[in-house]
Design a protein around this ligand. Structure first.
Ligand code: IMP
Ligand code: MG
Length: 174
């Protein structure tokens, strides 16, 4: 049976998103337009909230990757399921990700996008799970550091379930 326990309430999430957006707005004042890249599917909820808090000329694009197999364990292998629609050379790119866990996904994405000669590239991750890091990649904008638990809600899933929960919850199964 699944047990859900709220780790971060929707109010706390909203405060973290506002803080991130304020910092990004300041930093990109002279680097517009900003191309915000949503990493599907997990980031869709965070992305939708974040972009509406940015007081900038923001353009959007979407990528889909899969690093997780079924359930709660990462396959450690990143597959590109959907690439960007447009070229990014000379553009200021911000990768928007839901959570940084091992860091393998973001390392893969950053390397891939860097090879396309953007004007700049940075990473924004709502959640950071530093305990399970397997790479030395760091996010430029980090929302909330969480313990090494499996979380769902606010876009994050377990086997595609729970993405629509408004809070971020620890999922335990017995
Ligand atoms: P990484 O490559 O190990 O950093 O994993 C990043 C991806 O794994 C994220 O974009 C999430 O989709 C997924 N992920 C990592 N930790 C969790 C979690 O606690 N709950 C749900 N998905 C997670
Ligand atoms: Mg994801």
């Amino acid at each position: 049976m699944d047990k859900l326990e709220i780790l971060i309430s929707k109010k706390e999430i909203a405060a973290a998103v506002r803080q991130l957006a304020a910092k990004i707005t300041t930093d990109y004042k002279d680097s517009q337009p900003l191309l915000a890249v949503c990493i599907l599917k997990g980031s869709c909820v965070f992305f939708a909230d974040l972009i509406r808090e940015l007081d900038l000329d923001v353009r959007l694009d979407f990528m889909a990757v899969s690093s997780y197999g079924a359930g709660k364990t990462s396959s450690g292998e990143v597959r590109l399921l959907k690439d960007l629609d447009d070229v990014i050379d000379n553009k200021h790119v911000l990768i928007v990700e839901d959570i940084m866990d091992s860091g393998i996904t973001l390392q893969y994405l950053k390397k891939l996008l860097l090879s396309r000669n953007p004007a700049s590239i940075r990473i924004c991750a709502l959640l950071d799970k530093p305990a399970s890091r397997k790479t030395d990649i760091e996010a430029d904008y980090k929302g909330i550091t969480i313990p090494d638990s499996f979380v769902v809600g606010y876009g994050l899933d377990c086997n595609q379930k729970y993405r629509n929960l408004p809070d971020i919850c620890i999922l335990s199964q017995d």
